[in-house]
Design a protein around this ligand. Structure first.
Ligand SMILES: NC(=O)C1=CN([C@@H]2O[C@H](COP(=O)(O)OP(=O)(O)OC[C@H]3O[C@@H](n4cnc5c(N)ncnc54)[C@H](O)[C@@H]3O)[C@@H](O)[C@H]2O)[C@H](O)CC1
Ligand SMILES: [K+]
Length: 480
């Protein structure tokens, strides 16, 4: 099963892998023609009713594969209003060939020709709301007709994700859908064929620019705040994480740190708000205040960077997670406590290979081998009940059901601190997005930031260099 949104992501990933959407459209149209062949013999009359989006484009392509049929193409709308280049190019191919085409701007002028098969290519996954005119009237005509109706991707007017229609919708005999089943098709009274359109498996397995759609298309959180609980023995880690959160869209980034190191953390960056607590390391007595602060401002917490592993600190980390119920990224020394606690918090855990083993996850022999253990990491995340972003050369991201791999990155990233920027980036995204998707996007963005700097930095990359490149990596330079 695949939702329309995930389909759009996979489609963009395929384009980045060298299989552009026009090529997919060619396969889709070919599959539609195959379906027509299954219901009618050569010579039969086939009317293709096409909309102005890519669903219509699939219909135009199908016509070129049906030269031994008596085809006619009915474009709903003026040709200047065809919405995409690839659909327009396929329309032009018909116009310049010897095909029967007409444009219909007023539904009152539309007469469905006598035909044996109707190809419904009016609207696919791009539908919003009830069918407008002329589509609504044309859908009624199609439904009154005796011809066999083959719908392209989804019957026009039906929401592919829910199966619901807000107004009139085409009632199809058959549906040719692409790549994978759509959740909304199961409830329909139609025979559904899933056509393989040649999307590379890598477009689904690997995180790509398409996976960045939630952040690139959506609006960020109104009031995203990050709250890094870190520092003590180390000061750079919390500063990097907190700055990365700002780069990933947080409006404010706080660091709660022990008094003696707070000025040093502040000294790295004027953009941070550093709040000092008593003592030289995190201890249980600080926890109630920290939890209260984080919860009262709906902060996304980053727990771990630079905390160290004093017994008291680990106890405090466990207590924090037991009483906190918001979203949090857990990293570094705080990771091993996660399996030991009962928590209502929504966690994204970001272990490296060694931290993964310390958490009770699979013991992976080398950083290069992480991906081979993806199934075990998935089961581990399912048992844990939290998202795991296991970081290595290839990152494995899983929520126990969905698992993806991010290959983005460079050899320069083995330098210290890149895990801290990853944790902070995850937090910045987690304020506005689903935890699994945030983890996928953060893994891709952190690696992509390094790729953007690779010409200048090579193996001399610093984690702090990533901060500058993160916004471009997140909001895009690599779209189709
Ligand atoms: N990988 C893939 O998913 C592929 C899908 N293909 C086909 O493309 C369509 C989706 O195309 P898209 O252009 O995004 O949308 P539509 O063609 O469904 O419609 C857009 C078009 O319709 C107008 N519109 C929206 N709502 C309404 C309405 N209620 N009434 C009237 N008009 C409406 C809107 O303004 C746009 O102009 C997918 O289903 C597949 O068939 C690719 O060909 C192959 C890869
Ligand atoms: K359709």
């Amino acid at each position: 099963m695949i939702t329309s949104e995930r389909m759009a992501q996979v489609d963009a990933n395929a384009a980045a892998l060298g299989v552009p959407r026009k090529q997919l459209m060619e396969s889709s149209g070919n599959a539609v023609a195959r379906e027509v062949r299954a219901v009618a013999d050569p010579g039969a009359r086939v009317a293709v009713v096409a909309g102005r989006g890519n669903n219509g484009g699939d219909g135009f392509v199908a016509v070129r594969f049906l030269d031994d049929y008596d085809t006619s193409v009915h474009l709903l709308g003026r040709e200047e209003t065809i919405a995409t280049d690839i659909a327009r190019e396929n329309w032009a191919a018909l116009r310049q060939g010897d095909y029967r085409t007409e444009t219909v701007t007023d539904s009152r002028d539309f007469e469905l020709p006598d035909c044996d098969v109707i190809v419904d290519a009016m609207l696919g996954t791009g539908v919003t709301g009830a069918l407008r005119e002329p589509e609504a009237t044309v859908a009624e005509r199609i439904n009154e007709s005796e011809a066999t109706v083959v719908a392209v991707d989804v019957p026009s007017g039906v929401n592919a994700d829910t199966g619901e229609a807000e107004g009139t919708a085409v009632s199809a005999d058959r549906v040719v859908t692409f790549h994978d089943r759509k959740p909304g098709l199961d409830s329909l009274d139609a025979e559904v064929t899933v056509a393989d359109i040649g999307i590379p498996a890598a477009a689904e397995e690997f995180v790509g620019p398409g996976d960045m759609r939630p952040v690139r298309r959506g609006s960020g959180a109104e009031d995203a705040r990050a709250y890094v609980v870190g520092g003590g023995p180390y000061t750079g880690a919390p500063a990097l994480a907190a700055q990365a959160a700002l780069r990933a869209g947080a409006n404010l980034s706080f660091v709660a740190a022990p008094g003696p190191v707070a000025p040093q953390i502040q000294g790295y960056a004027e953009d941070l708000i550093v709040q000092a607590y008593e003592g030289d390391h995190l201890a249980p007595e600080q926890v109630p205040d920290l939890v209260e602060t984080a919860e009262s401002y709906d902060d996304v917490v980053v727990l771990g960077p630079g905390l160290g592993n004093a017994d008291e600190t680990l106890d405090a980390a466990a207590q924090f997670l037991e009483s906190f119920s918001g979203p949090a990224v857990v990293d570094a020394d705080a990771l091993p406590v996660v399996p030991e606690v009962e928590t209502d918090a929504t966690l994204v855990c970001t272990p490296n290979r060694k931290e993964l083993a310390k958490m009770g996850g699979p013991d992976v022999e080398s950083a290069d081998a992480l991906r081979e253990h993806a199934d075990e990491i998935e089961s581990f995340a399912a048992d844990l009940g939290h998202v795991v972003l296991a970081k290595a050369k290839d990152d494995v991201i899983t929520d126990g059901e969905r698992t993806r791999v991010s290959r983005a990155g460079t050899s320069g990233m083995t330098v210290g601190g890149t895990g801290d920027t990853l944790a902070g980036t995850t937090a910045g995204l987690l304020a506005a997005h689903d935890p699994f998707e945030s983890a996928c996007m953060a893994a891709y963005a952190n690696g992509r930031a390094a790729e953007l700097l690779d010409d200048d930095r090579r193996d001399g990359l610093l984690a702090s260099d990533l901060l500058d490149a993160l916004p471009r990596a997140i909001w895009g330079d690599d779209d189709e």
